[in-house]
Design a protein around this ligand. Structure first.
Ligand SMILES: [Zn+2]
Length: 509
């Protein structure tokens, strides 16, 4: 593909619900159409109540798991210091709720047709937003070509707009004559940033119930982060490489280099004719852009939300949190809708997608319960779609625990907070088709869920799925760590063998 082709970035998928529009040729705004649903905020969990009795976090588990050479520590969910540190969070949640509720929707999308719902906006048009070519400042630009919406009384057909169809069509055409039973498995990974396993269980109670009771996810009890901050975990998960090794061979944190040539696993899937996607919410804390990093010169995956999010943030008032609202929807609802619609409309195409939301818990400890209904609703929609369940492996994980501290929020460095940070959630659901064809892998997954695992193992699981799909060239000459979660890991695996650094352990291996 040409550089120019890859340079262009989708502002909007044909199945998405937002477009960029211009007022009177000078004012640019983001149109958000009505989302049929409402944000129901999760109740801030009363930790003193019966959560400890829940079967998914049993008394036995609270006491930690102790394997031959590695121990997961006791974690107290109803820690008084946690309750004290985050006692004001419910008030913040109420404020957040009001912010998005008062943000208007301008448009709606139905059957790939885009309609203006507020006809006072007469000069709105659809365009794409891309990263400015060879721009180290990572600015976005709008395309010169902008298609008017107002003239289309029957709705604007956005599915066949060139900047959308041109990007997706080659992959769709490649697979259209293949039967679904012969297509490779899709992979969808949701990385909820800055969330310990304890926090996931105490704050996302509806989501946990749905994942385990309805969808039969396998629940990993001993999954370890590999450090803090995000990059120490993103590289192992997406490249299988330790950050320190990576820095010697590719990019040091402070180097002014683009990330384009680094060996992300999505490159293997692209080679196998998958459609790939990488979705982040807040451009200020993008994993490969925060600090002074340059990010990607050419968008790394077919679907990529960063330019959209940058444009949206730029068009809103940062000080009043409006950058977190897409009309009535908060940014996580928007991202999950994006992701779900992608899974739905591209269900005939193998996809490898990673969605990595930071809002809201990345900046506010104890706030994740705000999104319980949002996440639960997303998985509910997936669980009602047999085609997605049939073909897609679903992974829910966090990179690391919450570790930010402020003068008024010191929980992360209390004894309980430190222990929590040593264990992150991991839930895996294999595609129904794979479960039928390889029941031994289901058993291996369950076996491994009781052991010590790390993000390297997630990477090797991706590699195994890629190998089941076809041959690809090696991405790197460096040694990659970990063991596939679909293969039986020895029970006597040590933390050292799992490549978990001592700083992430409660006790030495
Ligand atoms: Zn992170």
């Amino acid at each position: 593909m040409s550089g120019n082709f890859w340079q262009t970035k989708l502002f909007n998928l044909y199945n998405q619900r937002s477009v960029l529009c211009k007022f009177s040729a000078v004012v640019v705004c983001l149109l958000i159409f009505v989302y049929y649903g409402y944000l129901r905020f999760g109740v801030f969990v009363d930790l003193k109540k019966e959560f400890l009795r829940r079967e998914y976090f049993s008394d036995d588990e609270i006491n930690g798991i102790s394997l031959d050479h590695c121990k997961i520590p006791l974690v107290e969910l109803n820690n008084p210091e946690y309750l004290r540190a985050y006692q004001d969070i419910p008030t913040l949640m109420d404020e957040m709720k009001e912010i998005c509720a008062s943000t208007p929707d301008f448009s709606k999308l139905e059957n790939n047709k885009l309609y203006l719902t507020d006809t006072t906006f007469k000069n709105c048009c659809v365009t794409e937003v891309t990263r400015k070519w060879r721009d180290s400042l990572d600015n976005y630009i709008l395309s010169d070509s902008c298609v008017q919406i107002g003239n289309h009384n029957n709705g604007l057909d956005v599915a066949h707009m060139e900047f959308i169809e041109g990007r997706l069509k080659p992959k769709i055409d490649f697979w259209k004559n293949q039967s679904s039973s012969e297509r490779p498995y899709s992979i969808f990974t949701l990385v909820i940033d800055s969330t310990s396993r304890a926090e996931f269980f105490r704050s996302l109670t509806q989501t946990v119930d749905h994942l385990l009771s309805t969808m039969n996810f396998v629940n990993f009890r001993g999954h370890h982060p590999l450090g803090e901050p995000t990059q120490n975990n993103a590289m192992p998960m997406l490249m299988g490489i330790q950050r320190s090794v990576f820095k010697k061979e590719y990019i040091d944190y402070n180097e002014q280099k683009f990330w384009d040539e680094t060996p992300f696993i999505w490159r293997s899937f692209n080679e196998l004719n998958y459609l790939t996607g990488y979705f982040e919410d807040d451009p200020a804390v993008g994993t490969f852009n925060y600090g002074r990093q340059l990010g990607f010169e050419v968008q790394p995956t077919h679907l990529y939300t960063r330019p959209l999010m940058a444009a949206h943030t730029d068009g809103t008032n940062y000080s009043d949190y409006k950058q977190y609202c897409f009309g009535h929807r908060n940014v996580i609802e928007f991202m999950l809708d994006y992701h779900f619609e992608t899974l739905l409309h591209l269900s005939e195409v193998p996809t490898f997608q990673v969605t990595w939301p930071c809002w809201i818990q990345h900046n506010y400890g104890g706030s994740l319960s705000f999104l319980d209904h949002t996440y639960k609703n997303f998985f509910k929609k997936i669980s009602e779609n047999s085609q997605i369940l049939e073909n897609a492996m679903l992974v829910v994980v966090s990179d690391h625990g919450f570790y930010k501290t402020t003068p008024t929020d010191g929980y992360a460095v209390t004894h309980g907070g430190l222990l929590e940070r040593r264990n992150v959630p991991l839930f895996v659901r294999l595609p129904d088709r794979l479960q039928r064809e390889h029941p031994e892998m289901v058993e291996n997954l369950k076996w491994n869920s009781q052991l010590i695992t790390s993000h390297y193992d997630i990477y090797q699981t991706f590699v195994q799925i890629a190998k089941m799909s076809g041959e690809t060239a090696p991405l790197t000459n460096l040694t990659t760590y970990g063991s596939s979660l679909l293969e039986k890991i020895p029970r006597n695996r040590t933390c050292k063998e799992a490549r978990i650094p001592e700083t992430m352990l409660d006790q030495k291996p």
